[in-house]
Design a protein around this ligand. Structure first.
Ligand SMILES: NC(=O)c1ccc[n+]([C@@H]2O[C@H](COP(=O)([O-])OP(=O)(O)OC[C@H]3O[C@@H](n4cnc5c(N)ncnc54)[C@H](OP(=O)(O)O)[C@@H]3O)[C@@H](O)[C@H]2O)c1
Length: 362
């Protein structure tokens, strides 16, 4: 293969020519397992690595993205083939010459949804997306991390204004609470037991924030407190507006919403004047409560929606925290490639605790 390092030769010569691959058929909206799809061809000039996939994980609503955001989803996918699963745990088979990764490296990544995903035996990942996987995790646990942790990391430290400088070093050297880098900010996390929520809770706790977690059951209440929440709200019993109306001390500095709709609308009331409201589901402005501008206690909030970026260097920092035992992935369930439809059914139930993982190669 042109441009790959010489020590890839043996590995390449033993490669099969085809691989099992799940394709989401856009015309019928069905998931189909194909047993002999040609392997993807890495382009070394774009930093492509060929990766043997061990595990991937699914993201809520990902099968809707080609219809909701076609321009973004097909921007780097000229063949318009949707292969689900954008988390990746795998072993490098070939690497471009300039890469810091070598064949045999065990890596993880969130590969962009603008390319085909990782429900297949061989895939492509690019240098800037990849990091060495946490040593302490097995492949199933590894797949639970990238997309969700990057979203949580960027929500808190890039968009939410929680101080990151020196945080990882303090956490590694100390008690694990980050030495108060969060400045005791109060952070509200909705859908706290979900894929992204469990990382928001843990990273905010590591940053020294006070975490208020919204959950839907007593079981999840206990679970999320064990991960670091100091206060919980059961969404089946009390709405967010009602909760903050009961006691204005309940207001938070930062609210991070993973639910959208009415939950996002009511999140507006929960943020202090000057605070920040973030949604990873939809633009908060579209859910601003009616009459907000005229409200007597109108607050000046920064509000934003963002889409996470696949940044390998952030995963490298996360690997350090995980290997030190300061935070951990949560596996909801594990499925074989053959059971991909059942895996999506579980995901679409709306109530996974942590991530739905697909095992590709044992
Ligand atoms: N913008 C981005 O870059 C980005 C990145 C990742 C994900 N996302 C999006 O973020 C959303 C969340 O993703 P995720 O992976 O965290 O989802 P998820 O794992 O499917 O979320 C499941 C959690 O949602 C909770 N939940 C269900 N209905 C709820 C309600 N009405 N109110 C409050 N909580 C409720 C469940 O709690 P109980 O089981 O306790 O009921 C469960 O813990 C998805 O829409 C996803 O597409 C966006």
């Amino acid at each position: 293969m042109t441009g790959t390092t010489s020590n890839t030769t043996d590995r390449e010569s033993s490669l099969p020519s085809t691989a099992k691959t799940v394709i989401y058929d856009l015309s019928t909206r069905t998931l189909q397992l194909h047993r002999s799809v040609p392997l993807p061809t890495p382009d070394p000039t774009r930093g492509d690595h060929l990766i043997r996939v061990h595990t991937t994980a699914l993201c809520a609503r990902e099968l809707e993205w080609p219809f909701l955001f076609p321009d973004a989803i097909f921007s780097d996918n000229p063949e318009r083939v949707i292969i689900p699963g954008y988390d990746l745990g795998g072993t490098v088979v070939t690497a471009p010459p300039a890469s810091r990764f070598r064949p045999g490296d065990e890596i993880y990544a969130r590969t962009p949804a603008s390319r085909s995903g990782n429900c297949r035996e061989y895939t492509i990942a690019r240098t800037g997306e990849m990091a060495l996987k946490p040593k302490e995790l097995d492949w199933v646990q590894t797949a639970c991390v990238p997309l969700s942790v990057l979203t949580a990391w960027q929500a808190l430290f890039v968009h939410g204004g929680v101080e990151l400088e020196g945080l990882v070093e303090r956490a590694l050297g100390g008690s694990g609470d980050g030495g108060g880098g969060g400045g005791k900010k109060r952070v509200l996390v909705t859908a706290a037991a979900g894929g992204v929520g469990i990382w928001l809770v843990q990273l905010a706790r590591i940053a020294g924030c006070e975490v208020v977690a919204q959950v839907g059951s007593l079981e999840n209440d206990k679970f999320i407190r064990a991960l670091g929440a100091s206060q919980t709200i059961n969404y089946r019993e009390v709405g967010l507006k009602q909760w903050v109306d009961l006691d204005s001390n309940n207001e938070v500095d930062i609210a991070i919403d993973s639910v959208g709709g009415k939950t996002l609308e009511e999140s507006w009331y929960c943020v202090k004047d000057g605070g920040t409201l973030i949604s990873i589901v939809e633009t908060p402005e579209t859910r601003r409560p009616d009459g907000w501008e005229q409200m007597e206690r109108k607050k000046d909030l920064k509000s934003l929606f963002f889409i996470m970026e696949p940044i390998g260097s952030q995963l490298t920092e996360v690997s350090k925290l995980i290997d030190k035992g300061l935070c951990e992935p949560v596996v909801d369930s594990v499925w074989d490639l053959e059971d991909i439809e059942k895996a999506f059914e579980r995901l679409n139930s709306g109530h996974p605790r942590g991530k739905v993982v697909v095992k590709v190669v044992g």
